[in-house]
Design a protein around this ligand. Structure first.
Ligand code: HEC
Length: 448
């Protein structure tokens, strides 16, 4: 438990000269004890900041360019780790100093606390993140919504998959023909993980929290679902210019690493209670192999129904490999944006995406065809275009599934978690760069 005792001491105006005519000025130090940050009037002679331990601080003044910390001038500092001891703060003219104290720096990040939860005590209790609760974030009639959605798998124009629809018939046999009356937690699904995706923070928000669920029906599997929820920036995550650094949210996740047992369970529950709400729901993703081949889809809540829209960052290889005007337009776009696409920093426009992606597990990888383009400056361009999309990332260093029904991980996800732990710690100290799309790990296995 962290104490918020007087860890910071601000000594203002110590013995320095003051503006002429300032009757109240004296040579004595005004001592201000800061416990949770605050606002302080600084005169032109500055102050001394005394810390009795390392702290993550954010500092700024209202007067642009007027602030200097330990001899370094900037309009805004932090969040960053400011070490124990004395620090000089100088301002050119009287200004209001803002100190935001984020507390002690993070002391490491354990994967199973700060990055992904597979804790049975947590996940096996459906009141935490069970299917009923998840589907309630989609609809007030979660059973009817699930039934309509599973039926929709079989009726979209681009894909007719009857597997989920057949599952409904088996649920009806077991639980009655009215889906509104089903207890969704009694259906054969298992929560496989809660995933911290703060690595998806983009300067406006702090990424996502995700809950993955797998079918454990003896007949109808593999079928995997993942529910994506927004993790918004809190007021403590925002710089004075309104952009988000997410250090506060990152510290909250990192500090879960200090907890076990009941304190961890309580903190986890609190995060879930804040997050698993309709206004945070972004999309549901599905991955199924009820019938060959594997298929990935994204489902958005639209006018009261879950609808399958074009997949995020997933290039429609079969369509764009075929000669014709669509391929020509695609190659022109790749050619004009090769550097950004190779760096995985560009959004793929809807027109080049596919509404569902499929991979046949017994057929070798069918590459995106870039023939006709001069790509020698970017030898891995094709793979970088592919790896940001669903199928390549799930099939290159994983056996299609990243979080298995037994709550173990693919090699890809295992490596990704190490990279995410490092990234989380960097975020807590304001030292993370925004990652590209696709894998966070430095040297991912790319498609063949
Ligand atoms: C950069 C690699 C990558 C890409 C691209 C990607 N995924 Fe995943 N996917 C993962 C990882 C890793 C997990 C584990 C949870 C997490 O990290 O968010 C996962 C989890 C899932 C799950 C839960 C089952 C499982 O395999 O763990 C589904 C369903 C899923 N993804 C669907 C999709 C869909 C649909 C797309 C395309 C829109 C997609 N994924 C794109 C890496 C990726």
């Amino acid at each position: 438990v962290r104490s918020h005792a007087a860890l910071l001491l601000l000594l203002v105006g110590c013995g320095a000269s003051v503006a002429p005519g300032d009757a109240g000025a004296s040579d004595a130090c005004a001592e201000l004890v800061i416990d949770a940050g605050g606002e302080y009037a600084l005169d032109a002679c500055g102050a001394v900041l005394v810390l009795d331990g390392d702290r993550v601080l954010e500092l700024w003044v209202d007067a642009p360019d007027a602030l200097e910390l330990d001899g370094v001038r900037a309009p805004y500092f932090g969040p960053s780790v400011v070490g124990a001891g004395e620090h000089t703060l100088a301002v050119d003219r009287a200004a209001t100093l803002h100190v935001r104290d984020h507390g002690e720096p993070a002391d490491g990040a354990r994967i199973e606390r700060s990055l992904t939860w597979t804790d049975a005590a947590l996940l096996d209790d459906p009141s935490h993140a069970g299917l009923e609760r998840l589907m309630r974030t989609v609809s007030d009639d979660p059973g009817a919504m699930l039934a309509a959605w599973f039926h929709r798998f079989a009726t979209t124009a681009h894909s007719e998959r009857s597997g989920p629809d057949q599952m409904l018939a088996s649920f009806e046999a077991e639980h009655g023909t009215d889906p509104s009356g089903w207890d969704l937690d009694a259906l054969p699904f298992r929560v496989t993980g809660v995933h911290n995706r703060i690595d998806l923070a983009d300067g406006a928000h702090c990424g996502e929290l995700r809950v993955s669920v797998a079918s454990i029906d003896p007949l109808y599997q593999p079928l995997h679902l993942i529910f994506l929820y927004r993790q918004p920036a809190t007021s403590e995550d925002l710089r004075p210019d309104g952009t988000a650094h997410c250090a506060s949210t990152a510290l909250r996740w990192a500090r879960l690493s200090e907890l076990d047992g009941d304190p961890f369970a309580r903190a986890a529950r609190e995060l879930l209670d804040e997050t698993l709400r309709r206004d945070r729901l972004l999309v549901i993703e599905s991955l199924d192999f009820l019938i060959s081949p594997w298929e990935w889809r994204q489902w958005f809540l639209e006018a009261g129904a879950l609808e399958n829209r074009p997949l995020f960052q997933t290039i429609d290889t079969p369509r764009l490999n075929a000669p014709g005007p669509e391929r020509d337009a695609f190659l022109a776009w790749v050619s004009a944006n090769a550097a950004a696409l190779d760096a995985r920093t560009l959004l793929v426009p809807d027109e080049f995406r596919s509404p569902s992606a499929r991979v046949n597990d017994v057929v070798p990888w069918i590459p995106l065809d870039l023939s006709g383009l001069e790509t020698s400056a970017f030898p891995a361009l094709r793979q970088n275009l592919e790896i940001v999309g669903c199928p390549a990332c799930h099939a290159s260093d994983a056996d299609f599934v990243q979080t298995r029904p037994d709550r173990t991980f693919s090699p890809f996800y295992t490596k990704e978690l190490d990279a995410r732990a490092e990234h989380l710690l960097a975020l807590t100290a304001g030292a993370a760069a925004r990652p590209p799309f696709g894998p966070l790990q430095a040297d991912p296995v790319l498609p063949p």
